[in-house]
Design a protein around this ligand. Structure first.
Ligand code: AGP
Length: 614
């Protein structure tokens, strides 16, 4: 996710854009830039780092101009440095663009433009897009708006863009597909932004573009809205916003955590976008493709991580061994780094980290590299320390995760790890082609299935009310869902401060069942796939001891419904992908309990979003 801001009107653009970028920093903060048209030239400043760094750096340039665009970046292509920051010029220097999204087919377009003499200074997909627009504009002899419409019909991916032409400085052209874009409508002025927070203090009249819509925003004129596909006229609906600033930054959600829970369908889709072509049975991951032999020849895969990322590693252990038949060991990075582990050059270590800055995980990577292992990173922050330290990697495209409690990072990590396991299983021939294609196709249905699970939220809020004062809680799961039980317990612990433990369901009889009584809520993941019947008998053991049972079940399940005190139904899916669904109700349950207990959900006590110390 990135933040985009634009202004065209009678005021000085600079202060409006800079303050607007500050308000959008929650959407991305690894680099920033601004382009201002002062009537003669476009003055462009950009820098790695935060908006404050941009403010410091831009103090040395001409800040005049009532037309401008600005960008705060969450890198997806190209490390966060100055040259990759937005805005980006076209080769002629006449066009300048900002972009939030991912152009999947940018390499093919870049190659084509390169053959036509275009040169590129950055690694970004965005610089390719602005030169494609320039190429269309000059070759077709059309205006900017038409050139944008033609060009966007040649790209595949997601975008919210704002672009203007130095030779026609009375308009900004915007377009949207998959990423948000709002136009603030003022008196003889317009604002462009990823959400309304940059312009709400100037106007609460806004037009939200729909997917596959574009607009030419011209001073003194009505907004001209078009459909990108066929240039058909669309009609802007001006909304009068009632939201306050804070609510807007959270997308209308009360907390970032809830917003990020609800972003998971989009985040999972963004994570497999450009990598997964289920219909063709293709998974493209450069970090794996270029190092496939290291994985296929490996004696084992060691996974090192902390916290929620460690739980994602445990899910990966089931996936890799079940599908790719490669031995996997999952290690707490903090233990691994100090226990003098046996590591050889036949080992592959996968380091999983949302922040890419966790000190213990970074230390585990360095230790493994010293001993000759091949190290692969799964991170959410492009250019982070772990991303730079590993030999290769694959990014989750979850966008910034602001809530301390990891949610969309967990499900996007599992998405990346599942794709890797499937690639290796395919290369090794360890699963039948039919099963391989089935899982690929099911992966593409996961975002829709997650949307369906999110619909259980009101029901989960009612359950939370019944257990918000419990001093303890147990979470049980089997197979792929044992790590999900651990993750559910961690979520509850870290944001509601209720003591919770996760166990393999069968482990109850080896001690923990002594804890069961009428005061102990037990959350059991009892979906139909996997060892369902054994989980049902575990539930009966708990019930006979008066434990309170909250069961996550496959929709239509009557057997567990008769035994449990509460059930949350989720759609059926294969066991290997079920963690992507079963974790959602547990995230929502911990969220609602924490809110009801008056806890600081986004910044729980004693915790930090990134543990960069030992
Ligand atoms: C999980 O909700 C916590 N925020 C924490 O356990 C976190 O997963 C852990 O600190 C690892 O962080 P990383 O993924 O950024 O390395």
């Amino acid at each position: 996710m990135c933040g985009i801001v634009g202004y065209i009107g009678y005021r000085e653009a600079y202060p409006i854009i800079m303050k607007g970028l500050q308000r959008l920093e929650y959407r991305g903060y690894d680099s920033a830039g601004i382009a201002l048209y002062d009537g003669q030239t476009i003055n462009l400043t950009k820098t790695p780092g935060k908006v404050d760094d941009l403010r410091d750096k831009s103090a040395s340039i001409s800040l005049a101009g009532s037309l401008g665009i600005g960008h705060t970046r969450w890198a997806t292509h190209g490390v966060p440095n100055e040259v990759n920051s937005h805005p980006h010029f076209s080769n002629s220097g006449d066009l300048v663009i900002i972009h939030n999204g991912i152009i999947e087919n940018y390499e093919a377009i870049k190659k084509e433009l390169g053959q036509r003499g275009y040169v590129f200074h950055s690694d970004t997909d965005t610089e390719v897009l602005v030169n494609l627009i320039e190429e269309v504009k000059s070759k077709e002899g059309v205006k900017l708006g038409k050139a944008v419409q033609i060009a966007l019909n040649q790209v595949v991916g997601a975008y919210a863009i704002a672009v203007f032409d130095r030779t026609k400085p009375d308009e900004i052209v915007v377009a949207k597909l998959g990423s948000p874009l709002a136009i603030g409508v003022g008196e003889n002025e317009f604002f462009i932004a990823s959400d309304a927070s940059p312009f709400i203090e100037y106007t609460n009249n806004a037009v939200y573009l729909e997917d596959e819509e574009m607009a030419v925003v011209r001073l003194g004129k009505e907004i001209r809205l078009r459909k990108i596909k066929d240039d058909a006229v669309a009609y802007p609906m001006v909304q009068e916003l009632q939201m306050n600033l804070e609510a807007i930054e959270k997308g209308g959600y009360e907390h970032f955590m809830l917003k990020e829970i609800y972003e998971q369908p989009h985040a999972i889709k963004d994570t497999y976008r450009g990598r997964l072509r289920a219909g063709e049975g293709i998974i493209r991951m450069a970090g794996i493709d270029q190092n496939l032999d290291r994985f296929l020849d490996a004696n084992r895969i060691i996974i090192a991580a902390c916290g929620t990322s460690w739980h994602a590693g445990l899910v990966a252990e089931y996936i890799f061994e079940d599908l790719a038949r490669i031995p996997v060991e999952v290690e707490y990075a903090s233990e691994f780094r100090y226990r003098n582990p046996v590591i050889t050059d036949k080992d592959v270590l996968i380091a999983i980290s949302q922040s890419g800055e966790t000190a213990d995980t970074l230390a585990a990577i360095k230790l493994a590299k010293e001993k000759g292992a091949f190290v692969f990173g799964v991170c959410n922050v492009v250019g982070s320390s772990i991303a730079r330290e590993t030999d290769a990697g694959a990014y989750t495209h979850a966008g910034p995760e602001i809530g301390v409690a990891s949610t969309k990072a967990f499900t996007t990590q599992i998405t990346v790890l599942t794709l890797i396991a499937l690639k290796l299983a395919k290369a090794k021939g360890t699963i039948p082609e039919e099963r391989y294609l089935e899982i690929l196709s099911e992966m593409e249905s996961i975002p829709t299935l997650v949307e369906k699970v999110l619909e259980t939220n009101p029901h989960i809020e009612i359950i939370a009310e019944a257990y918000k004062d419990s001093p303890n809680c147990l979470y049980l799961g089997r197979g792929y869902n044992f790590p999900v039980a651990l993750e559910g317990a961690l979520k509850l612990k870290e944001i509601s401060y209720i003591h919770a433990e996760g166990y393999p369901a069968a482990e109850m009889k080896h001690g923990p069942i002594a804890l069961i009584d009428e005061h102990m809520p037990v959350i059991v993941i009892a979906t139909k796939k996997g060892h369902y019947e054994k989980v049902v008998s575990n539930i009966q053991e708990i019930k006979s001891r008066k434990g309170k049972i909250i069961a996550i079940v496959t929709e239509g399940d009557e057997q567990v419904r008769d035994l449990a005190d509460h059930v949350v139904e989720i759609p059926e899916c294969s066991e290997s992908l079920s963690p992507l669904l079963t974790t959602i109700p547990l995230q929502l349950l911990s969220y609602h309990i924490a809110v009801m207990r008056g806890c600081n959900v986004d910044q729980p006590r004693n915790l930090a979003k990134s543990v960069t110390v030992e």
